[in-house]
Design a protein around this ligand. Structure first.
Ligand SMILES: [Zn+2]
Length: 219
């Protein structure tokens, strides 16, 4: 797949926001299935809360949209223990996303709430797996890392001390930064993480774009 040559453009590019829901922002926009394909990078998937009895027709649409070159990930999709959607169904829908991502060779952006032990069962997927919005215990973060997952950190990274400890130790080449649906400037998070990890803002920015390139062109 051909991606913009981000590595060489990153000096003049924005801070990569790996996962967000606002179409005017740059980074990776999480597209809604009824929207037009945007000009910039996007992801597309069925959030567990949006699973209905008719999910297969939504999923067909997702498949079609995901062929676009600027679709850089399948998702967000995954497992959520706090919503009122049957768990077997959630697993079935998630498994379908993984199989599809493997077919078209794109990474997966995972939404996971209170289902980390189940998510670990999917570690054998043949595509890069990124868990977005990670803000749980260090121990869980390290287990996920050991199992090969990438983690994307959001607003909690600004002030959650135990999460900051995880970020401090976390390998730079296995992480992303994002705003998700929170209202703050991603530059603040980059600033905080560069202080925590004792690296320059410029290096951090370049590394995040390189990580995107690596998960997109993993093959
Ligand atoms: Zn989101």
């Amino acid at each position: 797949m051909i991606l913009q040559p981000v590595k060489y453009l990153s000096l003049v590019m924005d801070f990569l926001d790996f996962h967000h829901h606002q179409p005017h922002k740059s980074g990776v926009y999480n597209l809604n299935i009824n929207e037009e394909i945007p000009g910039g990078n996007f992801s597309i998937g069925l959030h567990p809360k949006d699973i209905t009895e008719n999910w297969t027709s939504d999923f067909e649409k997702i498949k079609e949209i995901s062929f676009a070159n600027n679709c850089v990930a399948i998702g967000e999709c995954g497992l959520d223990g706090l919503i009122d959607v049957n768990e077997n169904l959630q697993n079935e829908v998630f498994q379908n996303h993984i199989s599809w991502a493997e077919d078209i060779r794109k990474p997966i952006n995972i939404h996971c709430v209170r289902r980390f032990s189940q998510i670990l069962h999917y570690k054998k997927a043949k595509v890069p797996l990124v868990i977005h919005g990670f803000n749980k215990k260090e121990k869980i973060g390290k287990e996920l890392l050991e199992a090969g997952f990438y983690l994307s950190f959001g607003r909690a990274g600004l002030d959650n001390l135990s999460l900051q400890q995880l970020i401090k130790d976390f390998p730079l080449h296995k992480m992303f930064l994002e705003t998700d649906d929170a209202d703050f400037d991603i530059a603040e998070l980059y600033q905080k993480v560069s202080e925590i990890k004792l690296i320059s803002l410029e290096n951090l920015k370049n590394q995040m774009w390189e990580n995107l390139e690596n998960v997109v062109n993993y093959g």
